[in-house]
Design a protein around this ligand. Structure first.
Ligand SMILES: *Cc1c(COP(=O)(O)O)cnc(C)c1O
Ligand SMILES: [Zn+2]
Length: 432
């Protein structure tokens, strides 16, 4: 890693340049800042043959990540499986389907470890000893875990009423977990004030330009694991609307470095829950401005951001790539979580249900074509959102510890209730 590759920050609206510091908006127009790189220098060392010798973590693409020295936090993040999902593909009636499974990302079981590894490595470079975040759940656990391992003090702010797995999954690491009475947008506003007042490094506030770049590693891994190919379609869940744009940016950067054949034509599809759909509503109505949702209400709490920071850029990108966006209700989210588990053996959190359910809807609408290659981004683990399933799946059948009791059960017709989502009308009319 060398300091010259990261050249600075630049406003996404007016293009004004800034040095590498903890700053997230342009002082001229409040536009978001983005990291800039020396791509010619990056192309000299980031080659297919160089990559072959590097470890399978997100840092194998370090030339395109905004750290000046070696990463000091989250060295083992990334390198999650890209799974060819033929059983699910048959149910959906598509030819070529893949799951990028960040439900098993190290260490905190969500894609947020990618952004946190970059943000906290940068925080260390910039000299912060106290870090924090405004979280819808997964970021809390990732900041808490990675800060603990790096010996940083962490303040984690969440909306009151998050799932137990998300709360315990932050507290266990010794972070100071603070539940704010209000929704994510209240938490976020408060964190901006705290970062300013105390001078701490908030990963998604004053460190946001660096943080957001970590999401590109998901796109880099998808392209490399597809055999240096960008897929025809990507379906990504959207909260603040950052991840979807960074996956696409990853493909574009690989194209620029001649790692992918030009032109990349991936169409980007964004997934939201109907109970908090500011970005999908914008795409569907053709509006140019994102209208905030005042009172988000969905079981997909990790995606419940009513006023998404990158909503404008996400809806613009979706339009420019020829993609689309949809949203689904809570019932449909749970059905899709079950379908994913039953067909591919993956227990995703509610956001994974959103992604799959939206993909099904888009296939039915003909927006995703059945003959193309499609990647679904599975971004979080089902163990953390158990509340969504309690009372909705069959309970274990209790028997006495005798063979007779088992025989009676198996040979009776009162077998386990059939709750199979694959058999319960989720099936999409198949051409395969
Ligand atoms: C944060 C999060 C997202 C979306 O991230 P954005 O970049 O804010 O759009 C998706 N899935 C899960 C599980 C998340 O925690
Ligand atoms: Zn500007």
């Amino acid at each position: 890693m060398s300091a010259e590759l990261v050249t600075g920050l630049q406003c996404r609206l007016c293009g004004k340049r800034y040095p590498k510091e903890a700053l997230n908006f342009c002082t001229e127009d409040f536009g978001p800042l983005e990291v800039t790189y020396d791509y010619e220098a990056a192309a000299r060392t980031l080659t297919r043959s160089a990559l072959a010798a590097r470890p399978r973590t997100m840092w194998r693409y370090h030339e395109l990540l905004p750290i000046d020295g070696e990463p000091t936090v989250g060295q083992h993040v990334g390198g999650t499986p890209l799974i060819r999902a033929d059983r699910l593909a048959r149910v959906l009636g598509v030819r070529e389907l893949y799951l990028k499974n960040d439900a098993v990302n190290h260490p905190s079981l969500s894609f947020k470890d990618r952004v946190v590894a970059v943000a906290l490595s940068k925080a260390v470079e910039l000299g912060f000893q106290t870090v924090g975040c405004a979280s819808t759940g997964n970021l809390a656990g990732s900041v808490a875990a990675n800060a603990a391992a790096a010996g940083l003090e962490a303040y984690v702010l969440i909306p009151d009423g998050l799932e137990q797995g998300k709360v315990l999954g932050a507290t266990i690491y010794g972070a100071r977990v603070i539940a704010v009475q209000g929704n994510y947008d209240h938490v976020n506003r408060l964190c901006s004030q705290i970062a300013f007042r105390y001078g701490w490094g908030f990963v998604n506030v004053n460190l946001r330009p660096y943080y957001a770049e970590g999401s590109k590693s998901m796109g880099f891994e998808i392209a490399e694991d597809l055999g240096w190919r960008a897929p025809d379609h990507v379906v990504a869940p959207m909260a603040g609307g950052s991840l979807i744009g960074k996956i696409h940016k990853a493909f574009q950067e690989f194209e620029r470095l001649d790692l992918l054949e030009a032109p990349v034509r991936t169409r980007m599809f964004g997934a939201q829950a109907t109970g908090c759909n500011p970005i999908s509503a914008t795409v569907k109505s053709g509006a140019s401005k994102v209208k905030p949702i005042r009172h988000p209400d969905t079981i997909a709490k990790s995606l419940a951001i009513g006023d998404p920071a990158d909503g404008y850029f996400a809806s613009k990108l979706i339009g420019e790539t020829g993609g689309w966006s949809e949203d689904v209700d809570d019932e449909t989210i749970v059905d899709a979580m079950t379908l994913l588990a039953e067909t591919e053996g993956i227990w995703a959190e509610t956001a994974g249900g959103v992604t799959l359910a939206v993909a099904i809807k888009l296939i039915e609408q003909g927006k995703i074509d059945r003959d193309g290659s499609t990647v679904l981004c599975i971004t979080g683990n089902g163990l953390k959102t158990q509340e969504a399933l309690i009372g909705r799946l069959a309970k274990p059948v209790v028997i006495e510890p005798t063979l007779e009791a088992f025989e009676n059960l198996v040979e009776s017709h009162a077998l386990w209730p059939m709750v199979s989502a694959a058999g319960a009308g989720v099936l999409v009319g198949s051409s395969a």
